[in-house]
Design a protein around this ligand. Structure first.
Ligand SMILES: [Zn+2]
Length: 253
């Protein structure tokens, strides 16, 4: 290596979160985000509802495994907001591909793109709301697909909600029960009844999305689906690569 280049690296180290040096993100990690989005709700046990309605459809760009975990953690919690430029375009492209499926169910009606809110503590620690970046990308992608989509930060966490880090699945469920509320802006922007698409970074147990879905439904709104960057894969025998629902029938196919 050239001595000057070595010195520059010491001063300004740059690496993909997976460890590959001298690039902000590597081709391998970018390829993992190239899609297409696949249905992921079967891997999230806490999305199961008790009322017989199938779980909300979730489209994920990639499994939450391997280097993608590093990418998401560095992006959210280690100051790598420059990875917006990798992740936002990837999710926008995913939204373009999901658009026609949603359009068939919407029949020309507008759709509200609702980011899943972070806890206040997480937002303060990060100094920003990374999921809002993803929600903007999804809104643009749905626009690209011809939908009347608008981003509505309709929700906030209740003060008592602890951050999820370090909590097991059951504790997460308890922690989140009732921990999401509508904001005043959300009440105003969603009106009496809106159709919503949720956006989050990762889908693990589904407890967060389930709490958000309940909150919106109690307020009179419909949740058509959710898009996430990455999802914990379901057990291998349940995997259905590329599963895409028939138009107008999103839940439970
Ligand atoms: Zn990488």
């Amino acid at each position: 290596m050239q001595p000057v280049r070595e010195l520059v690296r010491l001063l300004l180290p740059v690496a993909c979160p997976c460890g590959e040096l001298d690039v902000r993100w590597c081709a391998r990690c970018a390829a993992l985000l190239a899609g297409p989005p696949v249905r992921a709700e079967r891997g999230a046990p806490r999305l199961d509802r008790l009322d017989g309605v199938p779980p909300v459809p979730v489209w994920a760009l990639t499994p939450y495994t391997g280097p993608i975990r590093d990418v998401v953690v560095h992006w959210k919690d280690r100051g790598r907001s420059d990875l917006d430029r990798l992740l936002a375009p990837a999710l926008r492209r995913a939204a373009v591909r999901v658009g026609p499926v949603l359009a068939a169910a919407l029949g020309g009606a507008p759709v509200a793109v609702v980011p899943v809110p972070s806890t206040g503590a997480a937002r303060r620690a990060r100094g920003r709301e990374p999921v809002a970046v993803l929600a903007r990308a999804v809104t643009r992608g749905l626009h690209d697909a011809g939908l009347r989509a608008h981003q509505v930060p309709a929700l906030a966490r209740r003060g008592a909600g602890r951050d999820q880090v370090g909590l097991g699945a059951r504790a997460r469920g308890r922690n989140l029960a009732g921990a999401v509320r509508m904001t005043r802006r959300g009440v105003y922007a969603l009106g009496e009844s809106s159709v919503c698409i949720l956006v989050d970074d990762i889908l693990t147990t589904g407890a967060t999305l389930a709490a958000v879905e309940r909150t919106l439904e109690h307020a009179g709104h419909d949740v058509l689906g959710a898009t996430v960057l990455a999802a914990t894969p379901p057990p291998a025998h349940e995997t259905e690569p590329g599963a895409t629902p028939a138009p107008g029938r999103l839940r439970g196919d």
